[in-house]
Design a protein around this ligand. Structure first.
Ligand code: RB5
Length: 148
């Protein structure tokens, strides 16, 4: 598995935590920034990660900002993206099993590093269940494909 990861200025510390988790899990990754602690705009980081996932350059994406909300809004505008904003373990597992989410977002100002690591670990290691869940995803994809 290969993961693209990015954060804005509000998510740098948590991104570093998740980068160390990826190393620990021996998961290949590409880190798309941000590099600085000055204020940046989350769409400039969410969209490149989402495009890499949508173009199948990577398998999954992880995005972190202050709340996770801006990143999830921006990522979900890219066709083919199912981005889940998650701050608990139950949802991390459920969104992989039921939604086949391909991007995870979290908010550094919302949860601590320990919980965020556990969420990311569960999300990275849980498989999609398919079946009736696939039919539901297909309805979303059909709507998305027919959008003008
Ligand atoms: C930046 O201050 C903050 O707005 C951003 O990190 C994020 O929380 C937006 O949704």
């Amino acid at each position: 598995m290969k993961v693209a990861i990015a954060s804005d200025h509000g998510g740098i510390a948590l991104r570093e935590e998740i980068l160390s988790l990826l190393l620990e899990l021996n998961i290949d990754f590409v880190d798309l920034g941000c590099e600085c602690r000055t204020s940046v705009d989350y769409p400039d980081y969410a969209i490149p990660v989402a495009e890499k996932v949508a173009n199948q350059e990577v398998d999954r994406g992880i995005l972190i900002c202050g709340t996770g909300i801006g990143m999830s809004i921006a990522a979900n505008k890219v066709k083919g993206i199912r981005c889940a904003l998650v701050h608990d373990i139950f949802s991390a597992k459920a969104t992989r099993e039921h939604n086949d989410s391909n991007i995870l977002t979290m908010g550094e100002r919302v949860i601590g590093p320990g919980l965020a690591r556990e969420i990311a670990k569960v999300w990275l290691t849980t498989s999609f269940e398919g079946g009736r869940h696939e039919d539901r995803i297909n309805k979303v994809t059909t709507y998305e494909t027919n959008m003008v």
